[in-house]
Design a protein around this ligand. Structure first.
Ligand code: HEC
Length: 289
């Protein structure tokens, strides 16, 4: 019996040492003699299309999460030439917002325990590369968002190394709200606290226009933007009505306000992070292999 307990003790300590080497020493060793670890600023250099799309889809949640800076308004830039100061200011504001989203999203990924079910490491065995993408290389972990490395502990869900841009923002939002809607039978839990409730402008489509455009006149369509109070939603409705062209006057009559729901700052950030995964590639090391 003593012998048995001894084996258990040694095996337990062995697992601890292995975990320490993999999660603690390995990332530290990565930096030896290689390119410096990529900083968050470098990772946020190229703001993704998917991140900009979050603002179009959930403008009010986006404003609450990343500020109401005028420079984030892409419509303002239509017709503004390359190199103009307004473009430079806009790029800088977007990078700041993206940087915050990536950091918050990564923290939320850790905090929510997503890594209990998802790995971020494609192994060179069992044809994993045909399922998930190219086998992971250590350079890919040499960045600020992989500290500590998020390899995960086991795989209940698929590996997420190359998840970015694979699916649309809408797909992910639906998946967070109710995973079984888009993936029947999945065991992934719902993340309802990634959403906020409020009021939203909706529009019924004129039957004539609906028949020409293939829309359904029996239903109504949401105008992006979920507001905390009904009064704010009413102001938004007035703006939408004012922007509706004269020849669509009937459409103005069909605007109304209903309770709505959109992603909150936690949901937006984690989505930005998920869409980033696999999109960053390390620079080749000079003189290196
Ligand atoms: C209990 C285990 C479990 C947890 C916890 C979990 N997931 Fe999942 N996840 C799954 C399973 C199983 C699937 C595959 C079926 C599906 O699409 O839901 C999946 C699928 C996904 C996908 C789609 C992958 C693809 O392209 O097919 C994403 C993205 C994802 N999860 C993100 C997350 C995030 C972010 C979290 C944490 C907020 C999380 N998951 C937490 C089990 C889990």
């Amino acid at each position: 019996m003593d012998r048995f307990l001894g084996i258990v003790l040694v095996a337990g300590l062995g697992c601890f040492v292995l975990a320490f080497v993999l999660s603690g020493l390995y990332p530290w060793m990565l930096n030896e003699g290689s390119a410096p670890e990529a900083t968050l600023d470098e990772l946020a250099e190229d703001v993704s299309v998917e991140f900009k799309d979050l603002k179009e889809r959930w403008p009010e949640g986006f404003r609450q999460a990343y500020g109401a800076e005028e420079a984030l308004n892409l419509q303002e830039l239509v017709g503004v030439p390359e190199g103009d100061a307004r473009r430079t200011a806009s790029d800088a504001a977007w990078r700041t917002a993206y940087r915050k989203a990536l950091q918050d999203g990564r923290d939320a990924y850790v905090g929510e325990g997503c890594w209990h079910c998802h790995s971020q490491y494609v192994r060179p065995v069992a044809n994993e590369d045909t399922r998930f993408g190219p086998v992971s290389r250590w350079e890919q972990d040499n960045n600020a968002l992989q500290r500590p490395v998020l390899w995960g502990t086991r795989r209940v869900g698929p590996d997420l190394t190359y998840e970015g841009t694979l699916r649309s923002n809408d797909w992910h939002a639906a998946h967070f709200w109710d995973p079984r809607v888009v993936s029947p039978g999945t065991v992934m839990p719902a993340y309802r606290w990634f959403f906020r409730d409020g009021f939203q402008v909706r529009r019924r489509i004129d039957p004539d226009i609906a028949s020409r455009t293939g829309l359904d006149p029996q239903t109504s369509y949401p105008v992006p933007g979920v507001y905390d109070t009904r009064a704010e939603a009413e102001q938004a409705m007035a703006r939408v009505a004012a922007e509706t062209p004269e020849n669509l006057a009937g459409e103005r009559e069909r605007l109304f306000i209903e309770e709505g729901r959109g992603l909150n700052d936690r949901g937006l950030s984690i989505l930005a992070y998920i869409q980033w995964l696999g999109t960053w590639q390390p620079q080749p090391v000079e003189g290196g292999a």
